[in-house]
Design a protein around this ligand. Sequence first.
Ligand code: NZQ
Ligand code: ZN
Length: 381
Amino acid sequence: MRDFIFHNPTKIVFGKGKVKQIGEEIKNFGIKKVLLLYGRGSIKKNGVYDDVTNSLKENGIDWIEVSGVKPNPVLSKVHEAIAVARKENVEAILAVGGGSVIDSAKTVAAGFYYEGDIWDAFIGKYRVEKSLPIFVVLTISATGSEMNGGAVITNEKTNQKYSFWSFTSYPKVSIIDPTVQFSLPREQTVYGGVDAIVHVLEYYFDGAKGRILMDRIMESIIKTIMESVEKLIEDPKDYDARSNLAWSATLALNGLTSAGSFGGDWSSHAIEHSLSALYDIPHGAGLAIITPAWMRYVMEEDKEKFERFAKEIFKKTSAVEGIDAFKSWLKSVGAPTSLKDAGIPESDIEKITDNAAMRSPFGKLKKLYREDIKEILKLAI
Ligand code: NZQ
Ligand code: ZN
């Protein structure tokens, strides 16, 4: 177990019908005007928009809206929202949506105070130390962004999908009402579950030893997500499955699973971000393609841990059997597990490698250079 600091300042309000509490939570901070940021309309169909705006009205909070944040959110939308936030002099950002909306909100909250282009935060030219307060109504469990300080944005001019992290980007309050996720399309539920599993795996397989408690917690999170996703495919309104998936996804990337680690490997994520930057595929789908290939490529670096994964998650004995079982499970829930499944031709491997290699070397369990990235992509054909 390595030394660590655990400090998570986000208040979580979890449960049925809790969306209506958002106005009061914001009012408690003495905030009178917010920028309401959301996506491409699902919140208008499932009633979340009405619940949020009614709650704002009841609590005397004024708002201005920016909508149309797309999955794999882009920098131009962030620029647009920063301009509105400044012009309207808002005091906080309220994100109503999933990771894409929340990450955009975090970037707007930081960009509000930064004179230059906030893209600088993503390329290491600016360290975010000040942000507007951020509030969240979560509508899809996947990224953990509702309880962490990270944001991932695509610069559509350069095809770079990069991230920044700041302690000032943790939401003040996040409302997680699993019932609002009843309206999710099957594939979004699956991709969300896959993303959360891979967040755990990034910490599980980073080479740190002696994390007895954390290993057991991480295995429980993975098993709970798998079971919940299977149940939700059968019944999207199974509340226990929704709520267990939701809390698992939050815990997967809120600092808990990082305790005592090397900080996570993050290679699967780094390579996946090139897939979503270049092909605009959902993040969870990209991870389902890359992660098993990465596992195959690096398993010799910590055979014991891969064998443990095989045994604890799939009741198998060898590392290879465990990885194959994981891949089979991904297929069984309808996730793509190869570039071909996602319609990406083998001839594009060079292009994807070039994109991912811009940030190489990366990885903790095995440091990956350009050639390694290419080999992993070949394993994902
Ligand atoms: O556009 P809307 O209407 O919001 O529709 C969304 C979108 O089409 C829809 N949706 C969300 N809630 C719904 C719903 N549809 C029906 N009913 C609901 N209740 O689902 C689609 C996907 O939404 P999105 O926000 O993109 O999903 P997710 O939460 O998976 O976020 C993915 C983004 O987060 C980044 C990813 O790279 C990707 O860009 N990540 C952020 C991280 C972080 N901040 O910590 C870490 C992750 O590893 C990840 O990289
Ligand atoms: Zn992820």
